[in-house]
Design a protein around this ligand. Structure first.
Ligand code: NAI
Length: 331
């Protein structure tokens, strides 16, 4: 299949080319630019586009793609909140994704954020390099015996629960339906309000949907324990960032770990170190000593990239051979 690969970084090219050489014969054209209304024309004549989390795949873009002959949108990620599935359906475009590549990568990064915040690794790193060996301000707490609330207990949530159970934590879960694998690990399912009020650490692993948009807002935070740790490695808009900033200022939110951010589309995945930061909300987040932010890198392990490349190209091969694909979310 002729594929226009948008938002290509050197690592995408490396892993996709390797997987293509090993098991497929697609014609991959790598484009650095993001897919949006201005760049959709670049896909003219390509049967498929391959996109990532911050590519804009709304109705307008899909219409342009369809007019240019594109029939397939292959997401090289799990989440598909950036795709207008109804528009894709209407236009007869198939949308495929990578439902699972390495839940371990995201779960392990989630726990890395928890440990960094708790044991102040981000501050200790700088102190030691500055010859400051004082411990004042680096006080942490034992994870053993603490309560961790996992919102969304699918593939990633269950792995986080497994790790936290290993630390000796009590793990509470909240999801539309309980996951038997989580229950077997000892995860106790509770209402959202109970999870908010009982948890020392709250970690988000649900998808971004109209229902979960700003799930963590001022109202939700009011129900949480003083000094709670909040971790979001799912999707930025699940958290109302301005409300969290107020919570951090008052001290109610004790720690914040983010791998995703509501407005990350304008920031993440690019070197902007020579530019003046224009996002005042993000700039405010950076001023807190108890906030650690990574730039949507939770998925970024060698294992995950290999798996993403294999599944993405496999999806295209399946569609080419049978018109069907088990990882299809629309079309
Ligand atoms: P999954 O589909 O296996 O699990 C999602 C879970 O959320 C399910 O248990 C589902 O029932 C639950 N859920 C749905 N609506 C909910 C609601 N309103 N309240 C509470 N729970 C709800 O998905 P998976 O693979 O575990 O991924 C979770 C999310 O992680 C993805 O949607 C994606 O946004 C994000 N992600 C982030 C990555 C990163 O690099 N930071 C990489 C991969 C995924």
């Amino acid at each position: 299949m002729k594929v226009a690969v948008f938002s290509t970084k050197p690592y995408d090219q490396t892993f996709l080319t390797q997987a293509n050489d090993e098991a497929h014969a697609h014609e991959l054209t790598f484009l650095e630019t993001r897919l949006n209304e201005a760049t959709a024309a670049l896909a003219k004549g390509f049967e498929a586009v391959c996109v990532f989390v911050n590519d804009q795949v709304d109705a307008l873009v899909l219409e342009q793609l369809a007019a240019g002959g594109t029939r397939v949108v292959a997401l090289r990620c799990a989440g598909f909140n950036n795709v207008d599935l109804k528009a894709a359906q209407r236009l007869g475009m198939k949308v495929v994704r990578v439902p699972a590549y390495s839940p371990y990568a995201v779960a392990e990064h989630t726990v890395a954020l928890m440990l960094t915040l708790n044991r102040q690794i981000h501050r200790a790193y700088h102190r030691i390099r500055d010859g400051n060996f004082a411990l004042d301000g680096l006080l942490g707490f034992d994870l053993r015996g603490r309560t961790v609330g996992v919102i969304g207990t699918g593939q990633i949530g269950v792995e986080v629960a497994r790790i936290m159970r290993g630390f000796g934590c009590r793990v509470l879960g909240h999801a539309p339906a309980p996951n038997p694998e989580a229950e077997a690990l000892g995860v106790e399912y509770v209402s959202l309000d109970e999870l908010f009020s009982l948890s020392d650490i709250i970690t988000l692993h649900c998808p971004l949907t109209p229902e979960t948009h700003h799930l963590i807002d001022a109202n939700a935070m009011a129900k949480m324990k003083d000094g709670v740790m909040l971790i979001n490695t799912s999707r930025g808009a699940i958290v109302d960032t301005s409300a969290v900033i107020e919570g951090l200022k008052s001290g109610h939110i004790g720690y914040l770990g983010l791998d995703v951010y509501e407005e990350e589309g304008d920031l993440f995945f690019e070197d902007q170190s020579n530019l003046v930061l224009q996002d005042d909300v993000f700039a405010r987040l950076l001023t807190f000593p108890n906030v650690v932010i990574t730039g949507h890198q939770a998925f970024f392990t060698r294992n995950a990239l290999e798996s993403i490349a294999h599944t993405t190209l496999g999806n295209l091969t399946e569609l080419e051979e049978s018109g069907e694909c088990e990882n299809r979310v629309a079309g």
